[in-house]
Write a protein that binds this ligand. Structure first.
Ligand code: NAD
Length: 502
């Protein structure tokens, strides 16, 4: 670990458990064993607030992946996991949720140090969300069942369906909410009786490696959960077309998701794709303008805008436009830009130098395209990857900054006159992950909800997420759902059973 990171941990009082974890040699979990990987290659992990090296993770080879898939396959095909009584699977999932909760502070610090995110947000959102997700799905194994059917076929038959686990699930997750995204995929897969091989993003694998230790502590049978860390174009790409994997569940960019989907479907593997977004927000003229401005800023600048369903395009009815913009700027000014471990940090650094450069290029593009820069727009001096929260006004829908996902703290806004115009602007996007409406007029709200082409619609809030509600996009934001009862459908096969009695 670089001295600058050690001083940073010292300055903000990172816990003893966190430091001990970071100092340990990190290893992948394959078939119940922690292994360094056959190639011995390792990757430096960079802490985004200081740009210093925190740790190293193993880079898996295709051979390491093969061993992990073989372990998951053996456990699924012949091991006890799938055959455990449902309540027994529930007990293990609850035990895991308890362990995650017991280590919440440590996990939040690890997540903050790895991603750069606010430790307070990590504790309240990422880790609490992870615990809640495991608890929610822990309740499912005893409630997954088929149905009996009365066929009209001549003769006497008993007909029923069974819900069976889909098999070995390959889990590929991005870097913005590493542990929470993992939980969204792994909790449901385990509840359904599947086994998993997880590939975290190479930038942010640390919380997944700590999670692997908790899996062992909870007592899951070997091979039920395997973790391979490595590069997307090596391990991820091999996973998407691996013959030993039955289903791939991917969260990441639309660009990579397209290839993952192609590879998976090429082998007739099941696939869920949770992809990018450019979620519209409609502020109607009857809204509580100040409350809307606060919610819009929180919904955009949380996690430095590195949020798939961030409300990044805001259309404001002309009558309240100037008042809304003034309130938005006033509130945004109060959001503290600080290193992730600062408990009062709201705007954290971006995850990497590359992501910071990408975001700065978009800001430059916005200026060139003629959007009016009304707030921020600059990098913050220093070593970390900080970018000011940035707001553009009077944007047009043909601008690149309005059409493309920036994945940073950049908000674009535009006025509209009629609600029908706002609807056209909102739906004019290749993406369809989420949308938000700010209004207190029930009639207008209910008229808009069915017309918005988005997987989630939030009213008078943003990113209200709970494990009981499905999450997933329309259009190029992907297909399939994570969370809710809907997710279990994609992790189970339905078997039709016919017993002829004549
Ligand atoms: P990414 O697509 O670059 O990477 C996601 C994962 O895919 C990583 O684990 C990466 O290693 C792996 N990967 C990279 N190349 C691969 C390949 N050729 N084959 C298989 N796997 C490969 O995305 P990112 O930059 O880590 O995350 C940001 C993106 O994720 C944004 O577009 C964001 O909107 C999206 N996202 C979507 C959701 C959602 O639920 N819809 C949630 C979070 C993030």
């Amino acid at each position: 670990m670089d001295a600058i990171v050690r001083n940073y941990l010292e300055q903000f009082g990172a816990g003893e458990k966190t430091r001990r974890f970071l100092d340990r040699p990190h290893a992948m979990l394959i078939d119940g064993e922690f292994v360094a990987g056959e190639g011995g290659e390792r990757l430096d992990v960079i802490e985004p607030s200081t740009a210093g090296v925190i740790a190293q993770i193993p880079l898996a080879t295709k051979g390491d992946l093969d061993r992990a898939v073989a372990a998951a396959r053996r456990q699924f095909d012949g091991g006890p996991w799938r055959r455990l009584k449902p309540l027994e699977r529930e007990r293990l999932l609850h035990r895991l949720a308890d362990l995650i909760e017991a280590h919440a502070e440590e996990l939040a610090e690890i997540e903050s140090i790895d991603v750069g995110k606010s430790v307070t947000q990590a504790r309240e959102v990422d880790i609490q969300g992870t615990v809640d997700t495991f608890r929610y799905f822990a309740g499912w194994p005893s409630k997954i069942h088929g149905r009996t059917v009365e066929p009209s076929l001549p003769g006497s038959h008993v007909a029923y369906t069974r819900k069976e686990p889909v098999g070995v699930v390959g889990v590929i997750v991005p870097w913005n909410f590493p542990l929470q995204t993992l939980a969204w995929k792994v909790a449901a897969a385990l509840a359904a009786g599947c086994t998993v091989v997880i590939k975290p993003a190479e930038l942010t694998s640390l919380s997944t490696l700590r999670f692997a230790e908790l899996i062992q502590e909870a007592g899951f049978p070997d091979g039920v959960v395997n973790v391979v860390t490595g590069r997307g174009n090596v391990v991820g790409a091999a996973m998407a077309c691996h013959p030993g994997i039955d289903k791939v569940t991917f969260t990441g960019s639309t660009e990579v998701g397209r290839n993952v989907g192609r590879s998976a479907v090429g082998g007739i593997r099941r696939v869920t794709l949770e992809l990018g977004g450019k979620s519209p927000v409609l502020v109607l003229d009857d809204a509580d303008v100040d409350a809307a401005a606060r919610a819009v800023a929180n919904g955009m600048f949380f996690n430095a805008g590195q949020v798939c369903d961030a409300g990044s395009r805001v259309y404001v009815q002309r009558k309240v436009h100037d008042r809304f913009l003034a309130a938005l700027l006033e509130y945004t000014r109060t959001l503290k830009i600080a290193p992730g471990l600062d408990r009062d940090c709201f705007i954290s650094p971006l995850v990497s130098a590359l992501q910071k450069d990408r975001v700065m290029t978009y800001i430059e593009t916005g200026r060139r395209e003629g959007a009016e820069l009304v707030y921020g727009g600059r990098e913050v001096d220093g070593r970390g990857y900080f970018v000011q929260p940035t707001i553009f006004a009077n944007c047009r829908n043909d601008m690149k900054i309005v059409r493309e996902e920036i994945f940073g703290p950049v908000l674009v806004t535009a006025p509209f006159d009629e609600v029908s115009e706002a609807l056209t602007l909102a739906n004019d996007s290749p993406y369809g992950l989420a949308a938000a409406i700010y209004s207190n007029d029930l009639k207008r709200v209910h008229a808009l909800i069915p017309e918005l082409r988005a997987g989630s619609v939030y009213v008078n809030a943003h990113s209200t997420i709970d494990p009981s509600m499905p999450f997933g996009g329309f259009k190029e934001s992907g297909f399939g759902k994570d969370l809710g009862a809907e997710q279990l459908d994609s992790l189970t096969e339905t078997k039709a059973v016919w017993i002829t009695l004549d």
